[in-house]
Structure formats: structure tokens, C-alpha cells
Ligand binder design. Structure first.
Ligand code: ADP
Length: 433
């Protein structure tokens, strides 16, 4: 008996053939190579495949979760402590929303009457007007969890993933129902469908189709309400808006003067604010600001007050915060040449004087040649009222005021500078629009 180690049966049979040819006959004991060698051999031949699979797995995972793997956890389900009292202003809108809370709380009441509970609600309005806040308040008031996703998170590079995420979202919602599904930035998936187009387009179409299928699929008895938010409702596909889908539309407007006062007061509640702060006046000075802007201003004011080691937030902190938010940070220490200062002084004075001679322009509140943000100097106007319409005369006079800076440079410096470039841009925009 001889011992022979051969790597595999093929080599063995070749060897036997050779031996037979040579006329040798002997009894061989077959000893296969140790298992670990075989395993190693296998591993090496599969290595490229394994590495490739790992690579693909992680790429998909990254795509799928944008880094944060919260979608399959229960974390996606959130409870909200926010109530309607945390949303200031928006009184009419809240009235509409109270009904949705009632749907979620007392579905039977409506079912008895034969009423179908709406499946989808679309909130639209400028960014920062409080759409997310409102959804949290609905969830908080009705005591149901909400699952939130942002439209842009659905947009995937790999075909079919967006659609499967929509499916998973609704699956999860069914498990925790009654609940609210909140889709922020729905325009990212709900933009009007295109035919053909690039890969990205058709992928979006698939995601949108899946959303439509899911919305048609669940019964109103399942007690899931889908709330979507967008700041561009005009982009949305009509299929999304028809009855049975997002058929309730609620506009969330920028707050008016009363709304602004309420928002300021609400956000001042947890801050140390001087007693003499006049919120009404402040609301008057902040026409066009959203709730988020106002919250930001009070926060900046609190930071400013802390930096100056004050006991409470005073008017000056708030004014500084408004300027910081609207124009930019004050740059007192920036070195400015005498020549630049002179140009800025004439330029800003030009704006201020021209606007004084016009009928419709607002009163000048402050003129400064201390640079802020990108601006070398600035002229601030008092905003007095909320306007829905702007007349042609106002637009003309706006343009004239904007040109006041350039005109002053021409007259007094006898030269013009790039200081007017932003004014010209704004004026051109007004004219074009
Ligand atoms: P949107 O979703 O419309 O972009 P958010 O709901 O995220 O806006 O609002 C951002 C923040 O602005 C809120 O967290 C809140 O602090 C503040 N805010 C906006 N609107 C209001 C409001 N009506 N009342 C109180 N706070 C508001």
C-alpha cells in the first residue's frame, strides 16, 4: 500500500491511467487533501464575487437610507408632544385641522353617517410657514404616531427602490394605525409625470405610481391619513390631487401682523425678555417674515443678549437680530478704505434722498455705511403694512429708489462703481417680472 496525496479526483484518475500504462498495479489508499485547504481554495475562487457583493450591498444601503438607517426601525414612528396651542396664528387653518384630529379620534362617528374620511391632505405654503409644525400638532392632538419621510429621500438612483420604499412606508403605517403619514417636499416625487425622458424621470414616475397605488389601496376604515407638504403645489401631478387622494388642500400663508405678534409672543415665552418689548411694533416691522424667520430672530436676540452678558433680552438685541437675519452680520472691524467709505456714503444717501421724494416708498428707518454681510452699507425702510398687491407706481418708484445710489455716485463722485451691482440686479428683476 502506498500513500498518495492528490488535490482532486481528476488528477487521481490521470495518475491511475499513467500507472496502468506503465504496467504498474498497486493498491492505493485515497487521501483527499485536508478540508481547510479545500475551503481556502474555494474561498479564493469566490473572493472577487464576495467583495463585489459587499460593495453592491453597501452602495444600495447608502442609497437607500442616505446614511441613516431609520426607515426599518420603529424610530420612524414618532410621537408628538406638540399641540395646537404651540402653533400661533393660522386660526382658520386650525379650524380645518381640528376636523382631521376628530377623524383620527372618532372614526366611528363618521362611519355611522356613511362619511368617508379623507385619505390625503395637502398643505402648501412658503418654507418656514409652519407646515411641519402643524402636522406634529395634529399628531399630538389626536394622540396618534406619525411616520415622516421627505420626498427627496424617495428619489433614488437605482430603479425600483423609490417605489419599494413607498410600499414599505405604507406597510409600516398599517402596523401602527391609526396614524399619520407625513410626506414633506412631495413635489420631489409628485411632480407632473413626463413621458420618456431620462432614467431619473422614469424612476420618479415609478415612485409616484406606487404612491398612487398605495393611496388607492388602503381603506378609509384603516385610519391612516396621509399629509403631504409642498411649497410648489403648481408642480404636482393632477392624478395626486384628484378625489380619493390628496383632495383636501390647505394653504398655510405667511403670517399677517396679528399672526406675527402671536408667533413672537409664543416664542418669547421660554426666553427672558425685557418687559418693555413691544411685540405689536415688532410685528409691524417684520412684514413678509415667516414663523421660522421670527423664531430665528428671537433666538438670535437671545444669543446676542448672552454675548453682551445682559440679564434679559432688550430691544437692541432684537433689532440687531432682525438686521442680522435680513441683511447679514455687522462687520464693524472690517478695514474699509476712505475712498470706499465715501462712495458708500454717497450711494446710500442717494437711496435715502430719492425715496424721500417719492410718494409710495416707505419711510427710511436707518442708513448705515457699516458693512453687513455682503453689503458695504445699507438703507433700511420701515415696513408698515401687509400688502397683497403692489401697484405699478410702487414698482416704478421702487426701481427709481434702487437707481438713487448709482445716480448719487455719478453726480458727486463723477464716476460709477460696482457698488450698485446688486441694486441693478434687483431693479432688473422687478422690471422683468
Ligand atoms: P415648514 O415645514 O413650513 O417649512 P416648519 O414647520 O418646519 O416650516 O417651521 C419651522 C419652525 O418655525 C417651527 O419649528 C417653529 O419654531 C416656527 N414656526 C413656524 N410657523 C409657526 C407658527 N405659526 N407658530 C409658531 N411657530 C412657528
Amino acid at each position: 500500500t502506498k500513500t498518495l496525496i492528490v488535490p482532486n479526483s481528476e488528477t487521481f484518475s490521470n495518475f491511475v491511467q499513467e500507472e496502468i500504462k506503465k504496467g504498474n498495479d498497486a493498491i492505493y489508499e485515497i487521501n483527499t487533501p485536508p478540508t481547510y485547504l479545500k475551503l481556502l481554495d474555494m474561498l479564493i475562487s469566490f473572493l472577487p464575487l464576495i467583495l463585489f457583493s459587499i460593495l453592491v450591498y453597501y452602495t444600495i444601503k447608502m442609497q437607500n437610507f442616505g446614511g441613516k438607517n431609520k426607515f426599518y426601525d420603529d424610530d420612524a414612528k414618532q410621537e408628538s408632544k406638540i399641540k395646537f396651542k404651540d402653533v400661533a396664528g393660522l386660526d382658520e387653518e386650525k379650524g380645518e385641522l381640528v376636523e382631521i384630529v376628530d377623524f383620527l379620534k372618532n372614526p366611528d362617528k363618521y362611519a355611522k353617517m356613511g362619511a368617508k374620511i379623507p385619505k390625503g391632505v395637502l398643505l402648501y405654503g412658503s418654507p418656514g410657514t409652519g407646515k411641519t409644525l402643524v402636522v406634529k400638532a395634529i399628531a399630538g392632538e389626536s394622540g396618534v404616531p406619525f411616520i415622516s419621510m421627505s420626498g427627496s429621500e424617495f428619489v433614488e438612483m437605482f430603479a425600483g427602490l423609490g417605489a419599494s420604499r413607498v410600499r414599505k412606508l405604507f406597510e409600516q403605517a398599517r402596523k401602527v394605525a391609526p396614524c399619520i403619514i407625513f410626506i414633506d417636499e412631495i413635489d420631489a416625487i409628485g411632480a407632473a409625470r413626463t413621458t420618456g425622458g431620462s432614467g431619473g424621470d422614469s424612476e420618479n414616475n415609478q415612485t409616484l405610481n406606487q404612491l398612487l397605488v398605495e393611496m388607492d389601496g388602503f381603506e378609509s376604515s384603516e385610519n391612516i391619513i396621509v399629509i403631504a407638504a409642498t411649497n410648489r403645489p403648481e408642480l404636482l401631478d393632477h392624478a395626486l390631487l384628484r378625489p380619493g387622494r390628496f383632495d383636501r388642500h390647505i394653504a398655510i400663508p405667511k403670517p399677517d401682523i396679528i399672526g406675527r405678534e402671536e408667533i413672537l409672543k409664543l416664542h418669547a415665552e421660554n426666553k427672558k425678555i425685557a418687559a418693555d418689548i413691544n411685540f405689536k411694533e415688532l410685528a409691524g416691522d417684520t412684514a413678509g417674515f415667516t414663523g421660522a424667520d421670527l423664531a430665528n430672530i428671537l433666538n438670535e436676540a437671545a444669543i446676542h443678549a448672552t454675548r453682551y452678558k445682559r440679564d434679559e433680552i432688550i430691544q437692541e438685541d432684537i433689532e440687531e437680530a432682525i438686521k442680522k437675519v435680513t441683511i447679514g452680520l455687522e462687520k464693524q472691524n472690517r478695514v474699509v478704505s476712505k475712498k470706499d467709505k465715501k462712495i458708500t456714503a454717497y450711494h446710500e444717501a442717494g437711496h435715502a434722498i430719492v425715496s424721500r421724494c417719492l410718494k409710495t416708498t416707505e419711510k427710511v428707518k436707518e442708513v448705515s455705511i457699516i458693512s453687513r454681510g455682503m453689503a458695504g452699507g445699507y438703507t433700511m425702510y420701515q415696513s408698515t403694512e401687509d400688502k397683497s398687491y403692489i401697484s405699478k407706481t410702487e414698482l416704478y418708484e421702487n426701481i427709481i429708489t434702487l437707481f438713487g445710489g448709482r445716480a448719487a455716485e455719478e453726480i458727486y463722485i463723477k464716476d460709477i462703481s460696482t457698488g450698485a451691482s446688486n441694486d441693478l440686479k434687483v431693479a432688473t428683476n422687478i422690471a422683468k417680472e
